[in-house]
Write a protein that binds this ligand. Structure first.
Ligand SMILES: Cc1cc2nc3c(=O)[nH]c(=O)nc-3n(C[C@H](O)[C@H](O)[C@H](O)COP(=O)(O)OP(=O)(O)OC[C@H]3O[C@@H](n4cnc5c(N)ncnc54)[C@H](O)[C@@H]3O)c2cc1C
Ligand code: FES
Length: 273
């Protein structure tokens, strides 16, 4: 039975999918007609929800759209959970917990560097910034999403294979932007950790403040299981958004990852699993 309760709860609230927007091949946004928290305040850009698909799994998803009466998350089909999500239809139900975590602070003029589905984590941030410069990279053209949504923004696109935009990495473009005389007071990033590590290093080099959203494995979402730890930081409650200053002190950032069991492995080993 669907509950009408709008209070924040750490047990999943059963919610009906109001509409599904196909953003790209294997990438869908799932919309829900409701506020997420009881205070009538929209979630902060960078916050996430825990999405429970009974019998499959429960995983964190960034809040990628947020308006007065609707919110959504955007999933990219990569593994069992996200593949099961993309088979859902309008009217199907999911368990949602949250919103959780600390979001981004807003500072203009800004540049947003997004890699892959990491753009979902910075999407509501882009909605709140004043004409940010967006640097957005994916493996190839097929993975690019939100191009219509941000058609009025200045967007520099990169693809690893050169099938759209500039061939190469987002960080190659960021170097060009930073070495031009463009006034940028803040840089935001979300994407593969190895990319974010390079972004943070560049921000330190050019002495520009930055914030990055970490996509670590999460089970509880509220600081109990310890699976999302990066050094002494608990990503789900201390983050997922951290300042570049903090990240540059964490030896595990961009170097290690934790598996579903909580075991710590090198990033190279993580990509083999
Ligand atoms: C705070 C936070 C926010 C997140 N927001 C989103 C979001 O908005 N949308 C979203 O799709 N996912 C998001 N994730 C990741 C998400 O929770 C899942 O881990 C991911 O969707 C894969 O789950 P899966 O079970 O389908 O695949 P898994 O079995 O976990 O992964 C299958 C394979 O795909 C790789 N992989 C995992 N995640 C990705 C990815 N995002 N892109 C490319 N390859 C990947 C894995 O390394 C593995 O090889 C977020 C994670 C965190 C911590
Ligand atoms: S996900 Fe459990 S402590 Fe962060």
């Amino acid at each position: 039975m669907e509950t009408n309760c709008s209070c924040k709860t750490d047990v999943p609230r059963v919610m009906t999918i109001h509409r599904i927007l196909e953003e790209g091949k294997g990438q869908c946004s799932f919309f829900f007609k409701s506020f997420l928290n009881g205070s009538n305040k929209p979630p902060q850009p960078g916050q996430f929800v825990m999405v429970w698909l009974p019998g499959v799994d429960e995983k964190p998803m960034a809040i990628s759209y947020s308006t007065d009466n609707e919110f959504a998350f955007t999933a990219q089909s990569v593994g069992p959970f996200t593949q099961a999500l993309t088979r859902l239809k309008r009217g199907d139900r999911l368990g949602i917990r949250g919103p959780y975590g600390k979001g981004f602070t807003i500072k203009n003029p800004a540049c947003v560097v997004a890699g892959g589905v990491g753009i979902a984590s910075v999407a509501t941030l882009i909605d709140q910034l004043q004409d940010p410069l967006i640097i957005y990279g994916t493996r190839s053209k097929a993975q690019l999403i939100y191009l219509q949504r941000y058609k009025k923004q200045e967007m520099l696109i990169t693809t690893d294979d050169g099938s759209h935009g500039k061939k190469g990495f987002t960080t190659d473009v960021l170097v060009e932007v930073l070495s031009s005389n463009k006034t940028i007071k803040m840089i935001y990033t979300c994407g593969p950790e190895i990319m974010m590590k390079k972004v943070v290093a560049l921000c330190m080099q050019y002495m520009i403040p930055c914030e990055a959203s970490l996509e670590r494995y999460m089970s509880c979402g509220f600081g109990v299981c310890g699976k999302c730890m990066v050094n002494d930081k608990i990503t789900c409650i201390d983050g997922p958004v951290f300042s570049g200053k903090v990240l540059s002190t964490l030896s595990e950032f961009g170097a290690t990852a934790r598996l579903k069991s909580g075991r710590k492995v090198s990033l190279a080993e993580h990509h083999k699993v």
